[in-house]
Design a protein around this ligand. Sequence first.
Ligand code: ZN
Length: 197
Amino acid sequence: MHFHEDMDKTKADGAKWLHVDIMDGHFVPNMSFGYAWVKSMRKITDLVLDVHLMIDTPIKYAEEFCKAGADYLTIHVEADTPENVMATLEKIRSLGVKPGIVVKPKTPAEAIAPYLDKVDLVLVMTVEPGFGGQKFMADQMDKVAQLREWVDDINPDCHIEVDGGVDANTCAVCKESGADVLVAGSAYFKATDRTAF
Ligand code: ZN
């Protein structure tokens, strides 16, 4: 109920991006925001809106999220057929938004290899998607390092992002493994000194 205020505080604390988790109740059991929410956020912040679609068949919804004001729009490789995943990434790009691809913990890095030259962001989940406050899965760091190596070869401007269980302790290993964008939810909002976080 204090979203506007929290967004401003987050910016003042040094955040450069806002990561928005969109859940549909199908791809993940939980539900969260929709287009209208992203549109409202766009009106009140100039921070980068990094929208993570945890939804099935994102090709049906990508355009609306692009129009709503996402800067990055990231889709799950597990959420559709390879043909549709490719088509969705191309559609996002054609609408002037930066496309991203994301893998769940049990999905190997190889699954997103065909898309690495088509995206501006690769997201590695370090918890099972769908709920906040889960424990960081350090075994995903090999995947981050592998993807960093591949991306540096073929698409060096592409970001590698880590999402899930990132806190003041786990952030270092993410960076060392090659991630350059770290998403923190629970750890940041529960920190006694958010600026220090
Ligand atoms: Zn996310």
